[in-house]
Each structure stands twice: as structure tokens, then as C-alpha cells.
Design a binder for this molecule. Structure first.
Ligand SMILES: *Cc1c(COP(=O)(O)O)cnc(C)c1O
Length: 398
């Protein structure tokens, strides 16, 4: 017997759950791409996207996933022979640095491993050692989706300023934007990137790059920027097609409009508070389960845990078995361990991740936690009893 028949729940860190309003908005005939409604919609998207990023700067939209947004951002501010500094705290930091390497950029990596956040002091030291100002940008993963570590972006800004270094601060907010508090202007990020399929609740396919005047100045000094990735015409379009460097991603734009309406209606403060409370409920459940048995949070200190994704170690092969069980027996799909391989567990089957980003509420989180608890029970994984009750207490007290 399977108890999975019913509405499936994709509880992975992206793509995230799509609201019905987003799905309905996309289910329509192709619109006119020369004039009329679509053109109006796109004009209105820009201020709402900037609201989500908390910036008065500029926004460029790309038809791509997060990897494309990574490359788009880099292509405008660094080129062959330049150097970037990446304090990495997981697979995604290494991935963005590798994207820079592919563009012929020297990448200086500080590897903080998988369990601890970046240390701004070490960033400051690296910048102080760079007397010739070869480092053109410090790239920070706000939330590394593989480890679920959340880094202090504002502290990196202070480190750059204290070192008197001109490097730009670039933030990967693909996992965090619309989930974890992020204040682009206040925190002093010069460039921020995100994608459509996480906090923004739209299918994968749109990438967003936000940039301020300092970053635009750097762009103007570049010898050469790929025509397609150049953010200048996208942010200052003379013609409608300039927004997208070609045909508009028609249906994604309708979906995005619906998602931004939902975000506007709730408001960023309330969205961040909802994610924070739901995350605390998840941690409370895990604390109880972890009190007896192999399960543990990847990030020990709550101050550095993401509110959008939680990475957990349960020991091989329990992680893989649990994901299989929750998927086939209960209709909840959990995320795989990513970049978590170990010599004795090359496939990382001892890990799993919970995605709790975007369109998630109390009953979804409590249901998902109940399913994990049932799975631990079904598979005979030793665990402390009463995790879901602890989560319910957090939500009841919120
Ligand atoms: C998802 C994610 C990416 C990559 O996005 P894709 O759409 O898979 O290319 C990059 N960085 C972070 C932090 C992410 O969460």
C-alpha cells in the first residue's frame, strides 16, 4: 500500500512549490509581444523585483537558470586577467567561482568547508594582502543551498571598506531572495543575483541581476562584454525586445506577475518572518529527533542557518532510504545531499535536505515533518520521540 496518492509536495530547495495563481496565470494563449498587456506587465515587474531585492539600483532579466544569472553578473564586471575572491561555504560557492574561472578570471578561493560560515576577518586579510588591487570582486553566497549555511553579507561589506579596497561585493541570493532577509542597498552589495524558481515561486527559466551605480561604472570600464549578457540594454531598454535580448519569455512573465502580486500583498517583512518561524519549527523537530540517534543538523549554530533550506546528516544509507520512503509512501519529495560526499559515502546518501522556500505555510511544514517522523519510524532509524509536537509548539507560540 502507498499513502502517496493526493497532492504531491516537492520539498526540495528549488524548484519550489508554485502557487495556483502562478499556474493559472501561465495557462493562457500566447500574448502579443509587440504591444499591449505584456509590454505593460514587464514595465511593472521591474519596481516589484527591486522591492524584493531591497534596492534602488537597476534590474536586468535573463532567460536562464541560476547558473546563467551567475555568468551574466560576472560577464559585466570581470574579464580575462582579473581576479575574484570567493569565500566558499559549500558547493554553490565553488560553482560560482568555477563559472568565473571559465571566463578566464583568476579565482582566489578561501574554503570554509561545509559546516562553518565565512569569516569576514579572513576576507579582510586577503584584501589587505592584495596591494595591487587585482581583486575586482568579492563573491559571496548568501545562502549556500548545499550546506544550508547563511553568510553575513553586510560583514563582508565592512571588511572590504575597512581594508580600503575597491572590490565590488557580489551576492548570490538565488536560494535566499524572498525567503531570508536580504537588504541589497543597506548591506552594501553592488551586485545581487537570483532566479525564478526558489523564493520567487515561478518555474525555472528566469534569472535576475541587480546592480548599483558602482557596478555600472565598472561595466562601463570593461573592454568587452558579451552582447547577450550585457545588462545595459536590458536595464535601459530602447525597445521592448531589449529587456530580454530577443523574444520575451512570455508565460514566465505572466507567472512572475502573479508571484509578485502575492509577494506585494504579504510584504517582505512578513515573508521573512514566516520563513524564520517555519525554519524554527523545523529545527525544533530536528533537535528532538537528534536527541537520540544519528540525525543531526549540518549547521550547528542557528545564527548561520538558512530560513529557506535545511541540510541534515542521518548517516548512509538512511538519507537515500528516507527520501525514497517519503516520496513513494507519502507524496513528499525531499532534496538530495549535494556536495556532501565523504570517503566512506561517495554518493552522499547519508544526507538529505528540506526545502522550505517560497510558497510554504504552517500546515505544509507540519505535514512534511510528520512524514519525516513516520519515515524514521518505518525505516527503524533511531530518533528521539516527539519532534512534530515540538514543531507544533513553535508554530502555536508564533
Ligand atoms: C539553485 C542555486 C543556484 C543554481 O541555480 P540553477 O537554477 O540550478 O542554475 C546557485 N546558487 C544558489 C545559492 C542556489 O540555491
Amino acid at each position: 500500500m502507498s499513502l502517496a496518492h493526493g497532492r504531491p509536495y516537492l520539498a526540495i530547495p528549488g524548484p519550489s512549490v508554485m502557487p495556483d495563481a502562478v499556474l493559472r496565470a501561465m495557462h493562457r494563449a500566447s500574448p502579443n509581444i509587440y504591444e499591449g498587456e505584456l509590454v505593460e506587465i514587464v514595465r511593472g515587474l521591474i519596481p516589484d523585483l527591486k522591492y524584493v531585492a531591497q534596492t534602488e539600483g537597476s534590474a536586468a532579466i535573463y532567460i536562464c537558470n541560476g547558473h546563467g544569472a551567475w555568468e551574466a553578473a560576472l560577464s559585466n564586471v570581470v574579464g580575462e586577467g582579473d581576479t575574484v575572491l570567493m569565500p566558499a561555504t559549500g558547493r554553490f560557492g565553488h560553482g560560482w567561482a568555477d563559472m568565473a574561472a571559465g571566463l578566464g578570471v583568476e579565482t582566489q578561493l578561501i574554503d570554509f568547508g561545509r559546516k562553518t560560515p565565512l569569516d569576514p576577518v579572513r576576507v579582510a586579510e586577503a584584501l589587505a594582502a592584495d596591494k595591487a588591487h587585482k581583486i575586482k570582486a568579492v563573491m559571496v553566497t548568501h545562502v549556500d543551498t548545499a550546506t544550508s549555511l547563511r553568510n553575513d553579507v553586510a560583514a563582508v561589506r565592512r571588511a572590504i571598506d575597512d581594508a580600503g579596497h575597491p572590490a565590488l561585493l557580489m551576492a548570490d541570493c538565488i536560494a535566499s531572495m524572498g525567503c531570508d532577509r536580504f537588504l541589497m542597498d543597506e548591506w552594501g552589495a553592488d551586485v545581487a543575483v537570483t532566479g525564478s524558481q526558489k523564493g520567487l515561486m515561478v518555474p525555472p527559466g528566469l534569472g535576475f541581476v541587480f546592480f548599483n551605480d558602482r557596478a555600472a561604472e565598472r561595466r562601463a570600464e570593461m573592454k568587452r562584454v558579451s552582447r547577450y549578457w550585457d545588462w545595459t540594454p536590458r536595464a535601459n531598454p530602447e525597445f521592448f525586445y531589449n529587456y530580454f535580448g530577443g523574444t520575451a519569455p512570455t508565460h514566465h512573465l505572466y507567472g512572475l506577475r502573479a508571484a509578485l502580486d502575492i509577494i506585494r500583498a504579504e510584504g517582505m517583512e512578513a515573508i521573512w518572518a514566516r520563513h524564520a518561524t517555519l525554519a524554527r519549527a523545523i529545527w525544533a523537530a530536528v533537535d528532538v529527533w537528534a536527541s537520540d540517534g544519528p540525525l543531526e543538523m549540518n549547521v550547528a549554530d542557528p545564527a548561520y542557518r538558512s530560513h529557506a533550506v535545511t541540510a541534515l546528516r542521518v548517516g548512509a544509507p538512511y538519507g537515500a532510504q528516507l527520501r525514497e520512503w517519503t516520496d513513494t509512501q507519502a507524496g513528499v519529495t525531499l532534496g538530495i545531499g549535494l556536495g556532501m560526499s565523504e570517503p566512506e559515502d561517495p554518493q552522499g546518501t547519508g544526507f538529505f535536505r528540506i526545502g522550505h522556500m517560497g510558497h510554504v505555510n504552517a500546515h505544509m511544514v507540519l505535514g512534511m515533518l510528520g512524514v519525516i517522523e513516520a519515515g524514521l519510524q518505518a525505516l527503524g532509524v533511531p530518533h528521539g520521540r516527539g519532534g512534530v509536537a515540538a514543531a507544533a509548539e513553535v508554530i502555536g507560540a508564533a
